[in-house]
Design a protein around this ligand. Structure first.
Ligand code: HEC
Length: 107
């Protein structure tokens, strides 16, 4: 009985650490500074996630995700109108930007 309990605790710990290190793109997005300007389905300050995904759906995923991650890091404008996207603070990591951008493109 004791060992069953220990196993349960162990499994619980393993699943906790997996979810902490491998958050889904959507989960990272929800906690990101991106939500200030991007919503999933409607235009906000910036284009919706769906609009971005549609725009890039016929383009090469690897190329687009790299270019967009760079643009999100340093900021830029001109694809969806005149409103620019500001640079992203370094407190939001390159890895998190990559995760969110790839999730957006696959949306
Ligand atoms: C202050 C508002 C703001 C924030 C915060 C913001 N964006 Fe944007 N984003 C914009 C605007 C405005 C555009 C449209 C820029 C354009 O037309 O080129 C845009 C465009 C984009 C695009 C498409 C760019 C292109 O050239 O096709 C992606 C991808 C994107 N944002 C991802 C993100 C991610 C990821 C974050 C969070 C790390 C983020 N944005 C945070 C305003 C913002």
């Amino acid at each position: 009985m004791k060992s069953v309990f220990a196993l349960g605790v162990l499994l619980g710990l393993v699943s906790l650490s997996v979810s902490a290190t491998e958050l889904s793109g959507e989960a990272v997005f929800k906690k990101s500074p991106c939500t200030a300007c991007h919503a999933v389905d409607k235009k906000s300050v910036g284009p919706s996630v769906r609009t971005i995904a549609n725009f890039y759906k016929d383009k090469d995923f690897a190329t687009s995700s790299k270019q967009l991650a760079d643009k999100v890091r340093i900021g830029g404008k001109g694809t969806f109108g005149v409103i620019p996207m500001p640079a992203t603070s370094n407190s939001f990591s390159d890895a998190d930007i990559k995760t969110v951008v790839e999730w957006m493109l696959k949306y």
